[in-house]
Design a protein around this ligand. Structure first.
Ligand SMILES: Nc1ncnc2c1ncn2[C@@H]1O[C@H](COP(=O)(O)OP(=O)(O)O)[C@@H](O)[C@H]1O
Ligand SMILES: [Mg+2]
Length: 270
């Protein structure tokens, strides 16, 4: 049986008990949370996002009561439990190949952290070759990181706050960059991360990165973040993909592997 299939079987068996345990843990995390004030969006552009369209694009984390949203709450709890005690707040989300659900996981995790856990969250579209956070959220892609790297535009001029998702701020990619590795490997990237970490110390910063197999961007980025979350997709990611990905990231702090698209419920997903 493949690694993914085994994980699936195990996940199915454990789902009922683990959901209860995770829900209890989530309550504890919430109860022990120190209230962090929401940011004051005096300079950040506020835009409205269309909830119906978000649901069409599988952003189920905006729903109050939903089985898929519950799975993202479990993921959120795992992330909080593994990062908060050690003071980690910068997380890269990557996968082995394209199309495994990185961007969708980023958006759903960011919304769940912001809405449910009252964490301030900055979601950064660092997949400069195939940016998609803006299209999932239905927001303007520009200006964004491309303009920051090429034209030195200020961070505050690129940030977007989706109005009705309190505590969430988005830094879009600003357009495609086929030479992203040169940029990401440059001092520009170091400066960006330093600036983000310095300015937004009270926020979780989630980076949507390209796939490990496609370019060196995710590896370069991995040296600048506290931890990495990997996404694997059922019936898509192979055991070999996982092995080679883990080998590439061997000395990095890996929070875990999200098994995406694993459960056939609600018409097939997760
Ligand atoms: N669990 C899922 N169920 C259904 N569709 C999904 C699921 N995860 C991802 N998708 C779809 O698969 C495509 C690729 O997902 P995406 O998050 O863009 O992957 P990546 O960022 O890894 O390339 C998108 O069209 C997305 O809506
Ligand atoms: Mg993507």
């Amino acid at each position: 049986m493949s690694l993914i299939k085994k994980a699936l079987e195990r996940a199915k068996k454990e789902r009922k008990t683990s959901l209860k345990v995770w829900q209890e843990e989530a309550e504890e995390v919430r109860a022990s949370s120190q209230e962090i004030r929401p940011p004051i969006y005096s300079q950040t552009r506020c835009v409205q996002v269309d909830h119906e369209k978000l649901i069409d694009r599988k952003v189920f984390s905006i729903l109050e009561k939903d089985e898929v949203a519950d799975q993202y709450k479990l993921l959120r709890t795992m992330v909080l439990n593994r990062t908060r005690p050690v003071g980690h707040n910068t997380i890269e989300i990557t996968s082995f190949k394209e199309g495994e659900g990185k961007s969708l996981t980023c958006v759903n995790l960011a919304i769940t952290l912001a809405k449910e856990s009252r964490q301030n969250v900055l979601l950064v579209d660092m997949d400069l070759r195939r940016p998609s956070i803006h299209s999932i959220l239905g927001i303007d892609p520009k200006p964004g990181l491309r303009d920051y790297f090429l034209h030195g535009i200020a961070l505050k001029d690129m940030l977007i706050h989706p109005g009705d998702i309190e505590r969430l701020t988005v830094l879009p990619a600003g357009g495609r960059m086929d030479n992203s590795s040169e940029i990401i490997g440059s001092h520009g990237m170091e400066n960006l991360i330093r600036e983000l970490k310095g300015r937004y110390q009270d926020r979780y910063i989630i980076f949507d990165a390209p796939a490990l197999a496609t370019c060196s961007d995710p590896l370069i980025l991995s040296s600048h973040v506290d931890a990495i979350l990997l996404v694997a997709r059922a019936n898509h990611t192979t055991a070999e993909d996982i092995t080679s990905g883990m080998r590439l990231l061997n000395d990095k702090d890996i929070l875990g592997i999200v098994l995406n698209d694993s459960q056939v419920r609600r018409g097939g997903a997760y």
